[in-house]
Design a protein around this ligand. Sequence first.
Ligand code: ZN
Length: 496
Amino acid sequence: MTAVLILWAAVLWPIATPVPNQSHELVLIDNISIVDVDQGEVIEGSSILIREGQIVTLGAKPTGSEFVVDGSGRYAIPGMFDMHTHSLKLSPVLFHPLYVASGVTAVRDMGGCIDGDDSWVACAQEKREWTRKVEEGTHIGPRYDQVTSLAINGGSEIPSGLAPALGAGTSEGARLRVVHDQKRGIDFLKTYNNIPRDAYFALANAVKQTNLYLAGHIPTSVTAIEAANAGQRSFEHGMVLILDCYPDIDEIRNADDFFQAYTDEARMRMVTEHDAARCSRIHNAMRRNQVALVPTHTTRKLDAYAANESYRSDSRLRYIPDLLRRMWLGDADSMAKRGSAESYQAIYELGIAQTGVAHRAGVTVLAGTDSPDSFAFPGLSLADELNHLVAAGLSPLDALRSATREPAKFLGLEGKAGVIRSGARADIVLLNSNPLSEIDAVRDVHTVVLAGVVYDREDLKELRSTVEKNASHLSLSPKLVWQLLRSPIMRRQFAD
Ligand SMILES: [Zn+2]
């Protein structure tokens, strides 16, 4: 009985949510070097005037009525987007402060719900609520400019009590699903691996009659070119270009179990028999249809580094709650057993190289991490991914664009976000050095302005330490377990 009471107390025990700083009507960031991501140049000795969360003018002089931030020696970049994340109910106390402290002021969340509420996954309504609060200065977290559906996977993912047809296992189900999510006010539908071919095309046709669109994985039943021609707007994970550019891909696609077929030998063949001409046709289809690639190389790094001791003891693990850390390490353990590090390393490196080829072929590349998937640290790992993009051959400017201007364009926010100019929202990150010379500059954040509210170096330190404390709080694991066990969405995932 006592144990039950202690557990119950832990589940209900409140966890610290960081309190936003006071907002000022006028803020002037003075003596600042502005990184113009459009022109690809640095405007030195300038200033940024902000009124009520919006950039008003650049180059204004102080008049005495502004709250002044001294920008001497710093470089201002637009607040960054992480274009592939997942959010939990507890994101505000575990992840949101890390995003902001890392200069990530917006995320494209690739997880969602299908109906009402969930105890583990954050649903559309709360993401909208968080975003509204960020705008009014009462919450510290990234904005969620658009919200997605529960990943559509053919039906096995649909929680009990709801019609499995909503998983788009058939064309009819696909049409029902589009109506269902349109009614809920969802912005886009996330596609996943197991949608049958007919249902996928029915889904693609049905969304064309709405203001929704498809984004996500390419189901194994269709090719990348077919998905691009059908209007899917983003392909997640660079792995698509490795699979689809391999001439014998159908052997793996048609196998009963992907992991049974995805052997060391198959991986090495994918590398040695990689067909550049095939890839080039895919790039053309992507460019023509304006399909963005979100390669999330951080996820392939896990495969290659699963047994690497220094990778597994990353000092940033101190920000990750014990339960999640165990899940990450468990994931790494099973990855390490699945095959040789060499074959996974070869796939990881080919993926990076292929992102460079796609970029040079004119495909839009967007930075995304898949946080908090294993070893993708919320906020902090975006810098890792930008490094991957530079390793792929993108210039530091193009890597920075993949997290600023390009995501804003993708989300229909051109000129309103992802740039520092008058009329854009005042999400601004001050760095200690010039990111156009060295992309690692994004790791050294001095100040973050979020919807016009200023967080200086000390505030950002405080945000990180709040997360560190929350992550190790005794009540956290019981809370997470309780939420996980009660989640209808997660119950389906574990049943798979
Ligand atoms: Zn994901």
